[in-house]
Design a protein around this ligand. Structure first.
Ligand SMILES: *Cc1c(COP(=O)(O)O)cnc(C)c1O
Length: 360
């Protein structure tokens, strides 16, 4: 067996321990004589799996009792519609557009009501986070929407926007569980898990209870109503059982590692290794304004498309895979999620140094 250093933006690297444990339990989950994939989602055994996953997530994120945790399907993209359908009581919402995912959410919301762009960083290819301390937010906006970590462009909100009392909704797909968060600052926090938490197919929605009502837009599908899912404890229909089981294992791994405060320190250390190198390199340079840099997704370029391609090819051969940047930014992007070991980043930087010397 040989595992590569996988810098994919998502689906992405998972802790090896978790994969090993899942492999050990594949044929016979703890004496059940069957795989978790084969068991009823209504069984006692599965009930324990999903309840424990929720309890561990609550523990990790310190989620208050007046928030529900939902394990849903349809990815983060499904939430682009579910959010306006459930929350647009006044049919108005404010969107901060800091990248492709925020833009997609914004465009989707326009189908359901008056979605207003209150800030954007499109003017500089989304390479920074706009000042959100004093935005012109419509009085009657039902919520303010952000994508907290911009997976493609490598920016992160280091400070949440001043919503002027409005409910904050955040897509945290690519920074989920990478550092502690104050859940009480949000109405809804949600994310697809395939970036930093688990296998594709699960989206986790953490939502304040008062936002879960029957008062949704006409035509909202039963499955997309938060109330349906909350009332049924995420078991209205068959949930993504196996994916939730793996997420549960990742939560246990995070707790064992010391929790989110420790993950934050580790992630800062890892990102610093790469950013420090980029800041002094004569060949490579980061594409993001330093103060808005993500700890999770690090885009960089040489400025020469042929040299970028050569780097990606040679890196792949050396076991550093999925470093190709998004087509709208070009160059490279190293996603260094929780499960990427520090050693992976150190070795990547060594490789970059060597490439720089050879191509000076
Ligand atoms: C990947 C990603 C999405 C889309 O996730 P899907 O689960 O594929 O729908 C949305 N938002 C962010 C921030 C992402 O990184």
């Amino acid at each position: 067996m040989s595992r590569v250093y996988n810098f994919s933006a998502g689906p992405a690297v998972l802790p090896e321990e978790v994969l090993q444990e899942a492999a050990d339990e594949m044929l016979d989950y703890r004496g059940c004589g069957m795989s978790v994939m084969e068991m009823s989602h209504r069984s006692k055994v599965y009930d324990n799996i999903i309840k424990e996953a929720e309890a561990d997530l609550r523990d990790l994120m310190n989620i208050p009792d007046n928030y529900k945790v939902l394990f849903l399907q349809g990815g983060a993209s499904q939430q682009f519609a579910a959010i306006p359908m459930n929350l647009m009581k006044n049919k108005k919402a404010a969107y901060i557009v800091t990248g492709q995912w925020a833009k997609k959410a914004f465009q989707e919301a326009k189908m359901y009501g008056d979605a207003v762009e209150v800030a954007s960083s499109a003017d500089k290819t989304f390479s920074y986070i706009p000042d959100c301390s004093d935005l012109d937010i419509p009085e009657d906006a039902d919520y303010v929407y952000i994508c907290e970590n911009n997976t493609i462009y490598g920016t992160k909100f280091k400070e949440l926007p001043n919503t002027k009392g409005h409910t904050l909704v955040a897509d945290v797909s690519s920074c989920f569980l990478s550092e502690p968060v104050d859940v009480t600052k949000y109405g809804v926090i949600y994310g697809g898990v395939q970036k930093n938490v688990g296998p594709a197919g699960v989206v986790i929605v953490i939502i304040r209870e008062d936002l879960i009502t029957d008062d949704v837009l006409p035509g909202t599908p039963t499955m997309l109503k938060y109330k349906t899912q909350a009332d049924a404890d995420s078991l209205y229909n068959t949930p993504p059982c196996y994916g939730i089981y793996i997420c549960g294992k990742v939560f246990k791994w995070l707790k064992k590692m010391g929790g989110l405060e420790v993950m934050k320190q580790r992630n800062e250390e890892k990102a610093k290794i790469l950013y420090d190198f980029l800041d002094q390199s004569k060949l490579f340079k980061g594409t993001v304004v330093p103060k808005d840099r993500s700890l999770m997704n690090v885009p960089f370029v040489t400025g020469d498309a042929d040299l970028d391609a050569k780097f990606i090819k040679e890196a792949t051969e050396a076991g550093f895979v999925n470093l190709k940047g998004h087509r709208t930014v070009g160059g490279m992007r190293a996603s260094i999620y929780n499960a990427m070991p520090k050693e992976g980043v150190e070795k990547l930087v060594e490789f970059m140094k060597k490439f720089e010397e050879e191509n000076a």
